[in-house]
Ligand binder design. Structure first.
Ligand code: HEM
Length: 131
């Protein structure tokens, strides 16, 4: 079995993102949610996600965006976030080790909590405009 590596280069980020989204697309709960929104634009989505994680983990500032807004109207709840984190953690633990691997999981969990609470707020306050 290959030894886990540290996350150091953009190629490591690409391997993480490609492996994670291949699994997400094959997942019966998450796959349809992603396909419904992303449709034929997977190359673009993956490129955005390379840049997002490159910015967060490597400090190379190639991503600019407001990811919260992209999630607010998605048809998801707690079970989707649990599954997303489960697949993300598994992917990290299978491929990587070290400080950045720990940080990736920590960041993902904080963002999942933030997106989830925004989505729940939006569901309960649909009549008020928050966009
Ligand atoms: C239930 C869990 C999740 C689902 C179903 C989901 C789904 C999606 C979808 C469909 C998009 C594309 C949006 C669009 O282009 O219109 C997207 C973008 C994105 N997601 Fe998620 N996501 C989830 C959780 C997360 C988490 C936990 C993170 C934190 C790492 C994350 C980070 C991002 C980022 C950075 C983008 C790019 C936003 C942009 O275009 O600037 N997502 N997500």
């Amino acid at each position: 079995m290959a030894e886990n590596r540290e996350i150091i280069h953009l190629d490591d980020i690409k391997q993480l993102v490609d492996t994670f989204y291949t699994r997400v697309r094959a997942d019966e709960l998450l796959g349809p949610v992603f396909e419904g929104r992303i449709q034929d634009n997977w190359a673009r989505h993956l490129d955005i996600m390379y840049r997002f994680w490159q910015t967060v983990l490597l400090g190379e500032l190639t991503y600019q965006g407001s990811p919260g807004f992209k999630h607010i109207t998605l048809p998801v709840g707690e079970e989707h976030f649990e599954r997303w984190l489960q697949i993300f953690y598994q992917t990290i633990d299978e491929l990587f080790t070290g400080e950045k691997a720990v940080e990736a999981k920590w960041r993902a969990e904080r963002m999942a909590e933030m997106f989830h609470s925004k989505i729940e707020y939006y569901k309960q306050n649909k009549s008020r405009s928050i966009l």
